[in-house]
Design a protein around this ligand. Structure first.
Ligand SMILES: Cc1cc2nc3c(=O)[nH]c(=O)nc-3n(C[C@H](O)[C@H](O)[C@H](O)COP(=O)(O)OP(=O)(O)OC[C@H]3O[C@@H](n4cnc5c(N)ncnc54)[C@H](O)[C@@H]3O)c2cc1C
Length: 395
């Protein structure tokens, strides 16, 4: 007699709480569209791109056609007027493909188009945003400097007024899209505090050097920028913001999207682990039938569910105009940590097969080492939450 209980599953293992039912029809449509793009266009090529250390540039026009560049900006600037939850879902589905693709979209949308939209003049918005939405102009965001990214107030790059122009000197490090970009949003110290400049990358004195030998985000371009007496007119300065709140405002936008992205990476890893565990027969049974493996898979489902609920609530707060940077820190910390742990567990469940890019976990695991560091390291976000809880700044 077979004493094994019949296996019954009625829930979606990758959405155990049916979080999708909390989305509007439009949000679901956005998710489905990007999911299809990831399945059909990203997944078939991404393993090879990662192996070769190549950003799949050929996908940019399609990404633009789908309205994924600056999707929350108004249509008059080429955006799609989407809400924050839709933007989050875009990040989630793209990162289910690869963190590098999501990083490209995050940088273009939240770190380059957003500051031009939020802090730029009417002329700057008209000049750059529609072309950026169409992917004709790619941007990069230069905040981090070689001597330490966690303390951006200690910025050495400076801009000096010279007649009607500004002359910028300094260096930026770890800049996503650096060698792809036609414009760089460069943050520099001035006599009036930190200010942002839109610097065309063909300006004399500007150089971008691609960073080689990366083991993480290999399907993304990361560069060092050098500014040697780079001269730009005053019309290149973002007129409507001064001080660190300029770049930090952009980072809050990007970090919000990053809370969603790793959910996609985690789902991809869990899916590979579940499929593999069901078919890998050891000791006469699939490893999925062992309690040890089920515990690991159940824990993945638990943590993905927590992250889904967290990001959705964060998105609803953002759409209501009530999202606070500390809340973003909590979700970035939680969700990236969740995804990196799941990627490592999934890699382990795959055994030796898990060490090649034939399966997604090791690629996601390596990518997430960047995601946990950039846009505020895990420690920085923990300290932000700690400061909120205690009222004491421990930086
Ligand atoms: C792939 C990639 C892409 C990136 N893209 C961009 C980009 O497009 N634009 C951009 O401007 N930047 C970008 N960055 C830079 C990124 O934001 C920085 O790497 C990050 O802010 C950390 O800075 P750092 O690397 O200089 O490390 P550091 O700031 O030198 O930190 C080193 C260590 O010290 C810890 N630490 C820092 N402060 C404290 C403290 N008070 N107490 C305890 N521990 C502390 C950190 O958590 C970390 O573990 C990118 C980075 C990577 C890896």
């Amino acid at each position: 007699m077979n004493t094994q209980p019949k296996t019954v599953t009625t829930l979606d293992p990758y959405d155990l709480y049916d979080v999708r039912s909390l989305l509007s029809d439009e949000e679901r449509m956005v998710q489905d569209t990007v999911a299809r793009f990831t399945d059909e266009r990203v997944l078939p090529v991404i393993g090879e791109c990662f192996d070769q250390g190549r950003f799949p540039h050929e996908l940019v026009p399609e990404i633009a056609n789908l309205g994924l560049l600056g999707p929350t900006l108004p249509t008059e600037y080429g955006g799609a007027g989407m809400n924050a939850v839709s933007y989050g879902l875009i990040c989630q589905e793209l990162e289910r493909g690869d963190s590098g693709i999501r990083s490209f979209v995050s940088v273009q949308s939240s770190l380059c188009m957003y500051p031009i939209y939020a802090y730029g003049s009417a002329e700057q918005k008209r000049e750059w945003l529609p072309d950026m939405a169409q992917g004709k102009v790619i941007g990069c965001f230069g905040l981090t400097e070689p001597h330490g990214g966690s303390d951006p107030a200690n910025m050495k790059t400076h801009a000096k007024k010279d007649g009607g122009d500004w002359v910028i000197n300094g260096a930026k490090m770890w800049i996503t899209n650096g060698n792809l970009a036609r414009i760089a949003i460069v943050w520099a110290q001035t006599e009036d505090g930190i200010q942002g400049f839109i610097v065309p990358t063909d300006t004399p004195g500007f150089t971008a050097q691609e960073i080689q030998r990366k083991f993480s985000l290999r399907a993304s371009v990361t560069s060092a920028l050098f500014l040697d007496n780079v001269r730009v007119p005053d019309s290149a300065r973002l007129p409507n913001v001064r001080g660190l709140k300029g770049p930090l405002g952009c980072l809050t936008q990007a970090r919000y999207g990053i809370t969603w992205g790793p959910i996609g990476a985690a789902i991809a890893c869990m899916r590979d682990a579940v499929e593999y565990a069901k078919t890998r027969i050891l000791f006469d049974r699939p490893i999925a039938a062992t309690q040890a493996v089920q515990l690991k898979l159940a824990d993945m489902a638990r943590r993905i569910t927590q992250a889904q609920l967290m990001s959705l609530q964060l998105g609803r707060l953002k759409d209501a105009g009530r999202m606070q940077p500390t809340q973003v820190s909590l979700a970035k910390w939680n969700n990236v940590r969740m995804a990196i742990d799941i990627a490592r567990e999934a890699r382990d469940i795959l055994g030796g097969a898990g060490i090649t890019t034939e399966y997604s976990p090791i690629r996601h695991m390596l990518n997430l080492e960047s995601v946990i560091t950039y846009e505020g390291t895990e420690t920085v976000h923990q300290l932000v939450v700690g400061r909120e809880v205690t009222g004491i700044n421990a930086f």
